[in-house]
Design a binder for this molecule. Sequence first.
Ligand code: 4NP
Length: 155
Amino acid sequence: MVQVLFVCLGNICRSPTAHGVFQAMVKAQGLDSVIGVDSAGTAAYHVGNPPDSRSAQVAARRGYDLSPLRARQAIEEDFSRFDYILAMDAENLRNLQALQPAGYQGHLGLFLDFASASEREVPDPYYGGDAGFEHVLDLVEAASEGLLAQIRKEL
Ligand code: 4NP
């Protein structure tokens, strides 16, 4: 099984959005028995909390259900479980690189490397308005399609 972990700061906005969107695409393509999906935050502030209601609402309007998800913090053992560890922004990536054990054979990088978008980072929407949450979903949908196409080549 190919295991994918999405990581942001709080695990209540961007990475749960990626988790829900990518999982829905995997399921729609009948690949849920071969591709596993999870998400985590580099920080512990929101551990145990459901996704931010603004993320959940924007996702629900596009048909994605984030309600089962709960925040957790990324840990070193994630590097022994996940083949792809995908950071939403450069700061998340730096924090993951600090946690990465020597010899990790998987792919640690930016999620948007799988999108043809001009942006490289998914901007943190937490302190902004609704447009930021819509923009997160646009970026996440584009990168999820690219990621799934890449993983399909490896199956
Ligand atoms: P996320 O957004 O990293 O996309 O989940 C944030 C959530 C919470 C905070 C910052 C970003 N916070 O500072 O509490």
